[in-house]
Design a protein around this ligand. Structure first.
Ligand SMILES: CCCC/C=C\CC(=O)SCCNC(=O)CCNC(=O)[C@H](O)C(C)(C)COP(=O)(O)OP(=O)(O)OC[C@H]1O[C@@H](n2cnc3c(N)ncnc32)[C@H](O)[C@@H]1OP(=O)(O)O
Length: 292
């Protein structure tokens, strides 16, 4: 049975706890952090595999609270010595639509700063986690949603959805840490540069051919089975060595990010507050509304 967990035991595999108890645990263990609102987390006691389900309707658009919640869950799972993490969505159409653009439109600089810092922290937490990570992409995933998928180690996608990084189309530069993340998946620099400058969005089937995702699954249930099989394919005795090896692959990207964290924030703030970008954002949001 799926149950929310937050404060997990430090040794052995994770245990299931019921929602109310978890909320109390979480509030007690993290001081000021509020109880989870936008995610549900369940852990299979036998396999030690956690499933974190994104649940911020209608589009799982990322605001600071949502991103903080995902990052905190990952940190808690690391402490609990869980083996792996599956990221998925409660929506049948959208895995994640990226940053909450409504919160980026005509917002105070301090609010925009909070959003970007939360995005930076979430990327850093997911990209650097020793957990074995799988994105089960059961809906469209673009921009910040693409970041969640690409920062994971393995991607399983359902057919007929879209995946990609469309920042330039929205008027935002792709940050260096996301370029590095993309290159970690699509090492062909020319293809990567073209994709990211042109805001290329792939359909699932094409994403598989291009190597942007690793498998297609016919249904969410099949995707979950495949995700569990991927995580379980790593023998227990190899987990520490595996985590160190993963870290070594990602270390240079993480260091580059730390060296440029402040500059990266300044670029975002300067870009997003430009009158032409704000005006385009307003039109873009209208076009999303009209479509509905
Ligand atoms: C990545 C790191 C570096 C940069 C980081 C972040 C930058 C960003 O993330 S910018 C965000 C860019 N995101 C987008 O451009 C996505 C826009 N959305 C879409 O293209 C589609 O919604 C999507 C393909 C995801 C899904 O299509 P549909 O299934 O057809 O759904 P709808 O379009 O009808 O959307 C449903 C509902 O959600 C609202 N919505 C969608 N996206 C966002 C968003 N990013 N922020 C806020 N709200 C969003 C949309 O307006 C609809 O709302 P209602 O009209 O109220 O139903």
């Amino acid at each position: 049975m799926a149950a929310r967990i937050m404060n997990l035991p430090k040794h052995g595999l994770c245990h299931l706890m019921r929602t109310s108890a978890l909320a109390r645990h979480y509030a007690g263990s993290t001081g000021s952090a509020s109880p989870p609102q936008f995610t549900t987390l369940s852990v299979d006691d036998k396999t030690g595999i956690a499933t974190l389900t994104l649940n911020r309707p209608p589009a799982n658009a990322l605001n600071a609270a949502f991103m903080g919640e995902i990052a905190r869950s990952i940190k808690e799972l690391e402490k609990s010595k869980c083996r792996g993490l599956i990221l998925t969505s409660s929506s049948e159409r959208i895995f994640c639509a990226g940053l909450d653009l409504k919160e980026c439109y005509q917002a105070e600089a301090s609010h925009l700063q909070g959003i970007w810092v939360a995005l930076q922290n979430l990327w850093h937490t997911l990209y650097s986690t020793p957990l074995i990570t799988v994105a089960l992409i059961n809906g469209h995933t673009v921009a910040g949603g693409g970041m969640l998928a690409l920062s994971s180690e393995y991607r399983i996608m359902l057919p007929n959805f879209k995946i990609g990084i469309n920042e330039t189309m929205v008027g935002l530069a792709v940050p260096m840490w996301l370029i590095d993340t993309y290159l970690n998946v699509i090492p062909n620099r020319r293809v990567a540069e073209w994709d990211l400058t042109a805001s290329r969005i792939y359909k699932s089937e094409h994403a598989l051919k291009a190597g942007l995702v690793d498998e297609l699954a016919a249904s969410k249930e099949q995707g979950l089975e495949r995700a569990v099989a991927f995580i379980s394919s790593y023998p227990k005795h190899s987990l520490v060595a595996r985590a160190i090896t993963k870290r070594q692959f990602r270390e240079k990207d993480l260091k580059n990010f730390e060296d440029n964290r402040q500059h990266d924030l300044e670029i975002f703030l300067s870009n997003i507050q430009k009158p032409n970008v704000q005006s385009y954002l307003g039109e873009y949001l209208e076009s999303l509304k009209k479509k509905a």
